[in-house]
Design a protein around this ligand. Structure first.
Ligand SMILES: [Zn+2]
Length: 354
């Protein structure tokens, strides 16, 4: 029988400090999409009602049964329109579902991850793509990876200025874009800093942090700003070195290749594009959650990256990843918990890294 771990309303004192018996049962209701009756509760402190469904990621959804299927399609390189056709949903509905899934998976990743183990190594690289228009609106995506487990620590997009060959038509297109949106700014520095800071948060307990990057000139200064020059062991690799498995950048190059394959919008010569990089960021979180918690690390293995680092005890299924809401930080219910324990309680009970 489901027991609510806390009051779901943030303003209520029982949100942060639930006490045993803070709620009273208040019957059941039946939902068309669920075979079992759903229990209702009333909070004795704020006197508001809620149900088991209030804690679920699919609360208020019209077709909750399609969420996991959509996640599976989006993590397999299928575009939004084709997913909509396959699921029999409208395009708009698919779009909204995909956004909700992306936001949720970002929170899930932040909640489940923990401190990285001693001896880990981080790799940073950027991949280039675009929003809306290929020749005028390029975007860079810094990506931070733990190289042994292939755990993706963070990735996000930032606008950069158009570069490379300039034909007359391209210059005209750029001028047209600048008239409409203003000059395109280069914000890559801030995205790289934010990405490195996610790595710094997960390595804050380590005496030395190992980082490997290519020879781009701004990386050393940004990395020592974030990690502290005394702690940082920064290795750079010339991009001319053959991209074989012994190349120290192999894990991150490999992850980028998988990313380009599994996110249709990053494929070369693809019809799929990100209209706005905000949605690219949400798609990145879909990919990251799939890579970190659901897929096994390599073919032939049966553990995920997050499992290898000791953050969870087994791989998650698509349905589990989209089960409990994750918007209350460590107070959210852990997706692997059987008795609706919070993320913090579940981690303590199973002695995983947090
Ligand atoms: Zn309450």
């Amino acid at each position: 029988m489901f027991q609510p771990p806390r009051c779901p309303y943030r303003e209520c004192p029982r949100f942060a400090r639930p006490v045993p018996g803070f709620y009273q049962r208040a019957g059941f209701y039946r939902a068309k999409c669920r075979p079992h009756p759903i229990p209702r509760f009333v909070c004795k402190t704020c006197e508001r009602t809620f149900s088991r469904q209030t804690f679920r990621m699919d609360r208020g959804d019209h077709r909750p049964d399609l969420n996991a299927q959509l996640f599976r399609l989006l993590a397999s390189g299928i575009g939004l329109r084709q997913s909509a056709r396959m699921l029999g949903l409208s395009r708009r509905c698919t779009e909204l579902k995909a956004r909700k899934i992306g936001e949720h998976l970002c929170q899930l990743d932040l909640n489940l991850c923990g401190l990285l183990p001693e001896g880990c190594e981080l790799a940073l690289d950027e991949l280039e793509t675009y929003e809306g228009r290929r020749n005028t609106r390029p975007v860079t995506v810094p990506l931070l990876l733990e190289t042994e487990s292939h755990y993706v620590v963070w990735a996000e997009s930032a606008t950069i200025r158009p570069n490379g060959k300039m034909s007359e038509a391209r210059l005209a297109a750029i001028a047209q874009d600048e008239a409409r949106y203003g000059p395109r700014r280069n914000l890559s520095r801030w995205a790289i800093l934010r990405t490195l800071r996610r790595g710094a948060a997960l390595t804050r307990h380590l005496e030395h942090v190992r980082l490997v990057t290519d020879e781009k000139t701004i990386y050393p200064a940004l990395a020592s700003e974030v990690f502290g020059a005394g702690r940082l062991e920064h290795r750079t690799v010339n991009s001319q070195v053959a991209r074989m498995t012994w190349n120290p950048l192999f894990p991150i190059n490999h992850t980028e290749a998988v990313m380009r394959d599994l996110m249709g919008r990053l494929r070369r010569e693809s019809w799929l594009v990100s209209k706005d990089r905000r949605y690219l960021d949400l798609a990145l979180h879909v990919f990251i959650a799939y890579r970190n918690w659901i897929r096994y690390r390599f073919n032939g293995e049966d553990f995920s990256a997050g499992q290898m680092l000791g953050f969870v005890t087994r791989r998650l299924t698509f349905g589990e990843a989209l089960s409990w809401r994750q918007d209350a930080g460590e107070r959210s219910i852990h997706p692997l918990s059987r008795k609706a324990e919070s993320v913090a309680d579940w981690k303590a009970a199973h002695q995983v890294r947090s």
